[in-house]
Write a protein that binds this ligand. Structure first.
Ligand SMILES: Nc1nc2c(ncn2[C@@H]2O[C@H](COP(=O)(O)OP(=O)(O)O)[C@@H](O)[C@H]2O)c(=O)[nH]1
Ligand SMILES: [Mg+2]
Length: 239
């Protein structure tokens, strides 16, 4: 499991507890052989890294990966993909937007032709009307501009084999990474399977995504990487 984390001191230990509860149950029932929890601290200015480092000392399932400075969610995902030791990799938010019990339903959807299982929210206004409109607008733009047909492109529940993840080379270091991942998977000639999940809005800490930093970064990445993403789209199925 991969959690990108920026200033999540308030909730990160609870997230790790919850993940261990849910994934531990899947180990007990034979669905998983084991798990590791990778937290990618991305230059947090709070105690996120310290808390996770302390936890990792007493809990072998937890690993802390660190960026010395803030590089973005895409860079965090790339760091985690390189470091992961399991066969399957799930990427979600540190505020646990999904009950991880659904991993049991998501795993069998992966297969030789399916490179990625991407969650989408059934009820997407749980964060308020404004956020729902933003997410919807992003999907529409992704489809119109880049031909990305998936829904809830940016939703943080993405499951893939580590081998597939390692074939993907994300250029995006920031918030464009989710979109690029979908395109890259299809560029490998693989399908993206979508699965409806029940979304749980953040209840601890604050959202970091609707900030000028993130939105500005997204715009910059679109300018920088839009062309290569479009090329990837054009070559789809021949990769
Ligand atoms: N590594 C890394 N993680 C980040 C960054 N910005 C946000 N995150 C994490 O990405 C996830 C999504 O952020 P969140 O604030 O929950 O966004 P929201 O779900 O769109 O409201 C959380 O786990 C954050 O800690 C960043 O710059 N770097
Ligand atoms: Mg979140």
């Amino acid at each position: 499991m991969v959690f990108p984390a920026l200033d999540e001191a308030e909730g990160i230990l609870l997230a790790l507890d919850e993940a261990e509860g849910a994934l531990g149950a899947l180990v007990a029932s034979g669905v998983l052989d084991g798990y590791e929890l990778l937290v990618v601290d991305d230059g947090s200015t709070d105690r996120t890294a310290e808390l996770v480092a302390d936890r990792a000392e007493v809990d072998p399932a937890v690993r802390l990966l660190r960026h010395g400075r803030n590089r973005g969610v895409g860079a965090a995902l790339t760091t985690a993909i390189a470091a992961a030791s399991g066969d399957v990799l799930l990427y979600t938010d540190a505020d646990m937007p999904v009950d991880l019990a659904v991993v049991e339903q998501a795993l069998p959807l992966l297969g030789p032709a399916v490179g990625l299982v991407a969650g989408y929210r059934g009820r997407s206004d749980a964060d308020g009307r404004f956020r729902a409109v933003c997410a919807r607008t992003y999907d529409v733009l992704a489809r119109r501009v880049l031909g990305v047909v998936e829904r809830d492109v940016n939703f943080p529940f993405k499951l893939m084999t580590t081998a597939t993840a390692r074939r993907v080379r994300l250029r995006s270091e920031g918030a464009l990474a989710d979109l690029e991942l979908l395109v890259a998977i299809r560029g490998l000639g693989l399908r993206v399977e979508q699965m409806e999940v029940v979304y749980r809005p953040r209840h601890l800490g604050e959202s970091k995504t609707l900030s000028l930093r993130v939105l500005g970064g997204l715009a910059l990445e679109l300018v920088r990487n839009g062309r290569s993403i479009r090329r990837l789209r054009a070559s789809e199925g021949h990769g």
